[in-house]
Ligand binder design. Structure first.
Ligand SMILES: [Zn+2]
Length: 93
């Protein structure tokens, strides 16, 4: 991860350990993913064996881990880092 944004110079780590809180946001994402996958498996496959649930949840969780990590860091920056969207930088990329 770069130290700051190459376009608008926003620092990506406002203070040491800043992203510790992103763990909790990531945990919420994981819980949501597990619930949705579990419900989808239940409804689409008609309540299969437990190993099907475990496999489906593990597979989807692993596949979505990069997205979950990035979005939890982004949310952390927006919620607690004072970062705001500024349309004047939107065309700069
Ligand atoms: Zn930027």
């Amino acid at each position: 991860m770069p130290v700051s944004c190459p376009v608008c110079d926003q620092t990506y780590e406002p203070e040491p350990g800043f992203y510790f809180g992103a763990m909790y946001i990531s945990f919420a994402f994981s819980t949501g993913i597990m619930l949705v996958v579990g419900l989808l498996v239940y409804n689409l496959l008609g309540d299969p064996d437990t190993w099907v649930y475990v496999t489906a949840v593990a597979l989807v969780s692993l596949l979505l881990t990069p997205l979950s990590l990035r979005y939890s860091r982004t949310l952390m920056l927006y919620l607690f880092g004072g970062t705001r969207y500024d349309p004047k930088y939107a065309a700069g990329r």
